[in-house]
Ligand binder design. Structure first.
Ligand SMILES: Nc1ncnc2c1ncn2[C@@H]1O[C@H](COP(=O)(O)OP(=O)(O)O)[C@@H](O)[C@H]1O
Ligand SMILES: [Mg+2]
Length: 363
């Protein structure tokens, strides 16, 4: 059997670059070598694509505080319409072909439809949501408006734009109560997310978050537990069991997620009543479909103290280290990490084949 060349696209021009390096390492280690030939393509922080050797594609691979992309590889580019030919920008020869791409990228320029658009132009199947699902899933303002329209329960929110006069603190506090959350509309891994208790924090938070995006979302503070559910599939997605994030920090911040080993624990399955679990699973699938997601997503929830379930957000390319919630929830459902990668690649190829049959000319 000829092996399928899987381009693993990782790193990226994003504040979540380092998180992606860890996910890529895990996927590279676990992918089924009988079936697949992994081709590592690291994207550096300026956006350059570098073809990496498997043995040394990361520096300080085992230290999340120092992990870095090894930039020794040749620069490459995907040739549009070529069906996966990698052009070597140093030798001007070609550097082989990839049959399918697994983008393990988080945040802007990876999870937001930009890379997905490039892969579509290159005419190559890829794992995860397409351009539309990626873009709406990334933008917390558009995401919330679509969910609200579909009747999915979400918290109160307001949107601020950098070209507008900032809403005074008193106005925000009157609309949302205190404390409230402030975050860039397009970001992830809690980068730029602040919990605001007073006016000074509000102004500092605005300055911080506007460094990452021209649009900010303010949200009422939801007091309760944080629950997550994994979704897998294309047209008929299925939901996993539910996991809980128990953070020891004031909220599930970047440090709690990635730097502090004791920052959070994942509790799988979450200790919740069966009826809450079933409700979350149904809302996870509804959220996935409402937001045009495909392949995979993790849907994150709050369970308010009064028992109400609220959708916080969707992650169309969730953290993918072996200890991340997305694969852990599937493992608990009997799908191993290696099988999960296999299934995702299969879904990518199925979607591609289906879209390939669409007419591109009018006759
Ligand atoms: N409205 C909110 N109420 C309570 N906690 C929140 C709220 N919004 C965010 N948080 C906390 O901040 C974390 C990160 O926010 P989130 O919206 O999930 O952003 P990201 O996309 O960066 O993960 C959440 O996991 C949660 O701990
Ligand atoms: Mg989140």
């Amino acid at each position: 059997m000829t092996k399928i060349n899987v381009g693993i696209l990782f790193g990226g021009k994003s504040a979540e670059h380092e998180v992606s390096l860890q996910s890529a390492k895990n996927v590279y280690d676990a992918i089924d070598r009988e079936k697949y030939n992994p081709v590592l393509i690291g994207i550096d922080k300026t956006g350059k694509w570098l073809l990496n050797e498997g043995s040394r594609f990361l520096l300080h691979a085992d230290d999340p505080k120092q992990i870095a992309l090894n930039k020794a590889g040749d620069p490459v580019a995907l040739v549009s319409g070529s069906g996966g030919v990698l052009s070597n920008l140093k030798t001007f020869g070609d550097s082989g072909r990839i049959d399918v791409v697994f983008p393990i990228l988080h945040g802007p320029f990876g999870e937001d439809g930009t890379v997905q658009g490039l892969l579509k132009l290159a005419d190559i199947p890829f794992v995860g949501a397409g351009v539309l699902g990626s873009a709406v899933g990334m933008d917390k303002d558009v995401m919330k408006r679509l969910l609200r329209d579909a009747g999915v329960p979400i918290g109160k929110f307001l949107v601020l734009r950098s070209h507008e006069t900032a809403l005074p603190f008193a106005g925000a506090a009157a609309a949302l109560g205190r404390p409230f959350f402030l975050k860039p509309a397009n970001m992830g891994s809690s980068v730029g997310v602040c919990k605001i208790h007073n006016e000074a924090e509000y102004h500092a938070g605005l300055t911080e978050a506007f460094q990452y995006d021209t649009k900010i979302v303010l949200e009422e503070f939801i007091r309760g537990r944080e629950l997550e559910c994994s979704v897998l599939g294309n047209e008929n997605p299925r939901a996993s069991g539910v996991g809980e994030i128990i953070s020891s920090h004031e909220f599930y911040s970047y440090d709690a997620k990635y730097l502090d080993e004791k920052g959070a624990v994942l509790d799988i399955p979450a200790k919740i009543p069966d009826a809450v679990k079933v409700r979350i699973q149904a809302l996870a699938v509804q959220t996935f479909q409402t937001l045009c997601a495909e392949g995979l997503s993790r849907v994150d929830f709050f369970l308010r103290d009064d028992g109400e379930v609220i959708v916080n957000e969707i992650n169309t390319l969730p953290g993918f280290t072996k200890i991340s919630m997305y694969p852990k929830l599937w493992e608990a459902a009997g799908v191993s990490y290696t099988e999960l990668i296999d299934k995702l690649i299969e879904l990518a190829i199925q979607r591609f084949e289906k879209e390939r049959n669409l007419k591109t000319s009018f006759t």
